[in-house]
Design a protein around this ligand. Structure first.
Ligand SMILES: C[S@@+](CC[C@H](N)C(=O)[O-])C[C@H]1O[C@@H](n2cnc3c(N)ncnc32)[C@H](O)[C@@H]1O
Length: 336
C-alpha cells in the first residue's frame, strides 16, 4: 500500500496571557504533533477536559475539529463558550466555522443511539498509523473512528499479523482494517447495522484491501456466535454499554451480557488465541473468577493513547486460555 501524504499544520509559539484554554490547546497540540508526524497519524485529541471551567474534549481530524461538550451537570452549551473556542481555533489553526463540529454529551443518554442525525454525507479521509479511515463529522453521533482505541488497534494488529481475527461489534471495522493493513491473514467483522457495515466495507476499499479475505457480516453478535463455525486466533469484543435495536430480541447490557459473550467467544478461539475485551462503561466490573482456566490481564493503562488525559475513557482486558484448560472449551473446526 502506498503511504498517504498528510499535513499537520504548524502553529505559532507564544503564550496568550488572556486565554488559559488557548495556551493549553497550543501546548497539547505541539506535544502530540511531534508524535503524530513520526507515527503518520492526523487524527488525535488536542484538549481533554484539562481545565475544569472548560468541560470539553476537542478532537483534531485532518484539519477539522470535533468538539464534545460534557453536560453532566445538565449545563447548557452557551454561545459564549462556542464563540470563545471558535476564536481560539481560528487564532491557532486559522480554522473557519465550517471546520468546527459540536457534539453535546449528556450522562442521561444511557442507551446508545446510532441513527443518522443529518444527511450531508460529508465523508473525508484521516490517517492513523499510515492507514486510512473514513470519518463523518456531520451525520452521526459518532465520527466513524474512536480515537481512544488507537493503541488497542495497534496491539490487535500486532497479535493478528499472519493470523485470523474476529471483530465483534465491529462498527466501521477499524480494528479489522488496521489489522488487515498490517498483515492479518483473514478478518471477519460482525455488526448489527447496515450503515456501519457499509462504512466498514468502504474503509477496506479506501486502503485497497481485498474483501475476499476480509468478510463483513450484518448480524446480532450474540446470536451469531451460536452458529458461526469459524475459529480464530484473535477475537475483539468491544460492545456498547447498553443497546436496544428493533433488529435485536432483547436489550443488551454489558454488565450482564459480557459473561455469556466471552464464554461463547472462548469456544471459537484457536490454541494460543487471545481475546481483547473492552468497554467504555465506567461502572463496569470484570469478575475474573467467572472465567476459570483463563489468564486475564487488565491492559487498560497500556491502551490509553498519550493524547487522552482521562484514564477512565475505557477499560481493556486481554484473555488467554491456559494450555491445561484449553481442552475443556468445546471446539469447532475452522472453516477457512
Ligand atoms: C461502541 S460501537 C463499537 C466500536 C467498535 N468496536 C470500534 O472500535 O470502532 C458499538 C457497535 O455495536 C453495534 N451493535 C450494538 N448491538 C449489537 C449487537 N447485538 N450485535 C452486533 N452489533 C451490535 C452497533 O451497531 C455499533 O456499531
Amino acid at each position: 500500500m502506498t503511504q498517504p501524504s498528510f499535513i499537520l499544520p504548524e502553529i505559532a509559539d507564544g503564550e496568550d496571557k488572556t486565554s488559559q484554554v488557548k495556551n493549553r490547546i497550543r501546548k497539547n497540540y505541539q506535544h502530540v504533533r511531534k508524535w503524530a508526524k513520526r507515527c503518520v497519524t492526523n487524527c488525535f485529541r488536542i484538549y481533554d477536559r484539562d481545565i475544569k471551567e472548560y468541560p470539553l474534549a476537542i478532537d483534531f481530524y485532518a484539519g477539522r475539529f470535533c468538539i464534545h461538550f460534557f453536560s453532566y451537570e445538565g449545563d447548557e452549551l452557551s454561545n459564549e463558550l462556542k464563540d470563545e473556542i471558535m476564536k481560539v481555533l481560528m487564532d491557532l489553526f486559522k480554522a473557519g466555522p465550517k471546520d468546527v463540529f459540536w457534539r453535546v454529551r449528556s450522562k442521561r443518554e444511557k442507551i446508545e443511539q446510532y441513527e443518522k442525525v443529518a444527511g450531508k454525507e460529508q465523508f473525508f479521509t484521516v490517517i492513523e498509523y499510515g492507514v486510512k479511515f473514513l470519518v463523518n463529522l456531520t451525520d452521526y453521533l459518532d465520527t466513524g473512528l474512536f480515537l481512544d482505541h488507537r493503541e488497542t488497534r495497534q496491539m490487535v494488529a500486532s497479535y493478528a499479523k499472519g493470523k485470523s481475527l474476529l471483530n465483534l461489534f465491529a462498527y466501521t471495522c477499524s480494528f479489522s482494517v488496521q489489522a488487515a493493513a498490517n498483515g492479518a491473514r483473514y478478518t471477519k467483522s460482525v455488526d448489527l447495522s447496515n450503515t456501519y457495515t457499509a462504512w466498514g466495507r468502504d474503509n477496506f476499499i479506501v486502503n485497497d484491501l481485498s474483501l475476499d479475505n476480509n468478510e463483513i457480516i450484518r448480524a446480532d453478535c450474540l446470536k451469531y456466535l451460536e452458529y458461526d463455525a469459524g475459529s480464530y486466533d484473535v477475537i475483539v469484543i468491544d460492545p456498547p454499554t447498553i443497546s436496544r435495536s428493533k433488529k435485536m430480541d432483547q436489550l443488551f447490557d454489558i454488565q450482564t451480557d459480557y459473561v455469556s459473550l466471552i464464554r461463547h467467544a472462548l469456544q471459537k478461539l484457536n490454541p494460543s488465541g487471545v481475546i481483547f475485551f473492552s468497554t467504555n462503561s465506567r461502572k463496569f466490573r470484570f469478575d475474573k473468577t467467572l472465567f476459570p482456566g483463563c489468564t486475564i490481564q487488565d491492559i487498560t493503562a497500556k491502551t490509553i493513547p498519550l493524547d487522552f488525559h482521562n484514564q477512565k475513557i475505557h477499560q481493556c482486558y486481554l484473555l488467554k486460555v491456559s494450555p491445561a484448560a484449553f481442552s475443556t472449551f468445546s471446539k469447532v473446526v475452522a472453516k477457512d
